[in-house]
Design a protein around this ligand. Structure first.
Ligand SMILES: Cc1cc2nc3c(=O)[nH]c(=O)nc-3n(C[C@H](O)[C@H](O)[C@H](O)COP(=O)(O)O)c2cc1C
Length: 320
């Protein structure tokens, strides 16, 4: 199957949640949350795409031919490429409900492992947003990275214990996610974390700890001080704050300040191999890609023929 066919199939199933655009740039879905867009005017998502497109590549066309090797060692493991699947939750509220959290995690985690890479998984207000994908990671021998939301410390510690039992090789936290409308409006305690709280969280984790949602040099230095092993330079796909800078704009200064003291990953409108090349050249060690993998899961599976209806168990209550 070629990618155009994947898009065609996905187009039959995903609107009006995702419009399956030729270029996934945040324009058609501006402001669509629930859905796949950026918050408010959608500028943060759009800017992430545009600022990447503005970066141009300098060519040196005379060189010795050699085999290219894209493999990379991160977090003590070798991967076929410096590419991770980003955590995406809310299959019923943000998408058209053909997947549950678990069935999407199954496609994503096994799909990534099949190509020698791994996926991050997400979290949400209801416990199954974290637990269901985690059970898939556990079955895959711990080969996935759960991402915990910044709940109260006790809840976080419990989730860390669950992740440990599942044998995960790294744990992430999207510290920016109190800015998500559905998370903020929930009755759960959620909010920003300071260095002391993050250090406390770090002390409970024996595997690499990755802080997702760092968007400034100041933030990166605080993540370092808290003992994090890695950061993800990310504006959460433009979903937590309107008019934010693009991750690629802040990356070079963060790299300059951090050097090799932490692994630096980045996400936000990374769509092509050339985009990956650009951010690696600007100092990132690897990337995460989010929305296009959901499109691939929709279009790359026989959902249309076999199951052109909402999957069982996915209903209005199955929300973030
Ligand atoms: C529908 C949707 C759900 C998401 N859920 C999560 C989540 O549970 N945890 C998280 O850390 N990030 C979440 N994100 C943010 C992504 O992990 C990623 O940072 C963002 O989408 C940028 O990458 P992209 O432009 O390649 O999609 C979500 C994004 C979308 C669009």
């Amino acid at each position: 199957m070629i990618y155009e066919e994947v898009l065609e199939k996905a187009k039959k199933l995903m609107p009006p949640s995702c419009w399956v655009c030729k270029y996934c740039n945040g324009l058609a879905c501006r402001g669509e949350i629930p859905g796949t867009g950026g918050k408010g005017t959608g500028q943060s998502f759009v800017r992430s795409y545009e600022k990447l497109a503005e970066i141009k590549v300098s060519m040196d066309t005379i060189y010795k031919k050699k085999e290219q090797d894209c493999s990379v060692t991160l977090f003590g493991k070798q991967f076929a490429a410096p590419i991770f699947a980003a955590p995406i939750s809310g299959m019923a509220s943000n998408y058209t409900g053909h997947f549950t959290e678990k069935s999407y995690a199954e496609k994503l985690i096994h799909g990534m492992l099949n190509v020698g890479c791994v996926a991050f998984t997400g979290d949400g207000v209801s416990s199954h947003f974290f637990n269901d994908p985690l059970s898939v990671i556990e079955k895959a021998g711990g080969m996935g990275i759960p991402t915990i939301k910044p709940w109260d410390q006790e809840t976080i510690f419990n989730k860390i214990e669950q992740a440990k039992k599942a044998g995960v090789f790294a744990i992430a936290m999207d510290v920016d996610s109190a800015g998500l409308p559905l998370i903020f409006d929930s009755d759960k305690e959620v909010g920003p974390k300071n260095i002391r709280e993050l250090s406390e969280i770090r002390s409970k984790i024996q595997v690499p700890f990755i802080i997702k949602g760092v968007m400034s040099v100041k933030g990166a230095l605080k993540a370092l001080e808290s003992g994090a092993d890695a950061i993800i330079v990310s504006n959460h796909g433009g979903r937590v704050l309107d008019h934010a800078l693009a991750p690629v704009e802040v990356l070079p200064n963060i790299k300059e300040a951090i050097g090799d003291r932490m692994t630096i990953l980045i996400d936000g409108a990374i769509r092509t191999g050339l985009d990956v090349f650009k951010v690696l050249a600007l100092g990132a060690d690897g990337v995460l890609i989010g929305r296009p993998y959901v499109v691939a899961a929709y279009g790359g599976n026989n959902l249309y023929k076999e199951n052109n209806k909402r999957v069982k168990g996915c209903n209005e209550n199955d929300r973030l």
